[in-house]
Design a protein around this ligand. Structure first.
Ligand SMILES: NC(=O)c1ccc[n+]([C@@H]2O[C@H](COP(=O)([O-])OP(=O)(O)OC[C@H]3O[C@@H](n4cnc5c(N)ncnc54)[C@H](O)[C@@H]3O)[C@@H](O)[C@H]2O)c1
Length: 278
């Protein structure tokens, strides 16, 4: 039997990118999915491509009334809600020094990444509690568990998602609702490439160069795909993880585990260079 057979999920931010791959996998595994996004044309096309098992519901996840309406939509279209995937997110695109950042996108990024995740958890949680349980999967980032340079608002927002996930898991456990988070490493979506397109030779080469630069920091020298993240969501959302809650899983090629090079090797090489002079 397919792994998500007969189950219903909402996936936010599923008009494109990781969300779309998550929706595709859940449908391929027998589920019904509501795609929720602010991008209406892309969302309708994504749902249309998945046939009768998918619907699109235009939703701004930072708006309380719209998230409530989204959960009601899933219940009325498919008769239940087993999994909520809070995936939609925004970056602050702030790559410079912290000393120069103007934090102009603070409200926008926090409202989508943090409040949107909280609202999705709350309204889905209410529906799940009334039906005996469910699974909530929040998409954070490696920026939510490991310190780094740049993107200060984004990193703070994704750290908040990690903390919120654990708190929600504790509170919602009594309603048999599991809450877990996935921290993707870099995946070349629109966000993951910092919106470099791929329509000409220059942008193709830019993508390649950025991908190669990233690989220097990642222990596994393989570029992640949206499907890699979707597989993690399927594990948390479905029947294989009934005892798993409050977990934060990195899908990052080992990036957050530590250095992808030998520190001791670098130290020994420095010593050898000095010793060679004597
Ligand atoms: N791609 C990566 O490298 C990467 C790495 C770590 C974490 N993530 C996280 O994964 C998630 C998906 O990222 P992605 O790479 O697919 O990005 P993306 O930009 O390709 O897609 C994000 C989707 O979210 C939607 N969205 C934005 N604001 C919304 C709102 N207010 N309401 C509803 N939908 C909204 C967008 O329209 C878009 O369809 C995000 O939370 C992101 O922070 C991505």
């Amino acid at each position: 039997m397919a792994e998500f057979e007969g189950r219903v999920a909402i996936v936010t931010g599923a008009s494109r990118g990781l969300g779309r791959a998550i929706a595709e996998l859940l449908v391929a595994e027998g589920g019904h999915v509501v795609i929720a996004d602010v991008l209406a044309d892309e969302g309708r096309a994504a749902a249309g491509a998945l046939g009768a098992a998918a619907r699109f519901c235009r939703t701004d996840i930072s708006d309380k009334a719209q998230v409530e309406a989204l959960v009601d939509f899933a219940l009325s279209e498919f008769g239940g809600l087993d999994a909520m995937v809070n995936n939609a997110g925004l970056s602050d695109n702030s790559y410079g020094s912290l000393l120069d950042a103007d934090f102009g996108d603070f409200d926008k990024v926090m409202r989508v990444n943090v409040l949107g995740t909280m609202l999705g958890t709350q309204f889905a949680g209410r529906a799940m509690a009334a039906r005996g349980g469910g699974s909530i999967v929040n998409i954070s980032s490696i920026g939510g568990t490991r310190a780094g340079w740049g993107l200060p608002i984004y990193r703070a927002s994704k750290t908040a998602v990690v903390g919120f996930t654990k708190c929600a898991a504790l509170e919602l456990a009594e309603a048999n609702i599991r809450v877990n988070a996935i921290c993707p490493g870099n995946v070349p979506t629109d966000m993951g490439t910092f919106a470099i397109g791929d329509d000409d030779e220059k942008t193709r080469r830019l993508r390649e160069a950025v991908g190669e630069a990233r690989m220097r920091f990642q222990p596994l020298k393989r570029q992640a795909t949206p499907r890699d993240i979707a597989e993690g969501v399927l594990y948390f959302a479905g029947a294989r993880s009934p005892q798993v809650t409050a977990q934060i899983m990195a899908i990052d090629g080992g990036l957050t585990a530590g250095d992808p090079y030998s520190q001791i090797g670098a130290i020994m090489a420095a010593r050898a260079q000095v010793e060679a002079e004597f």
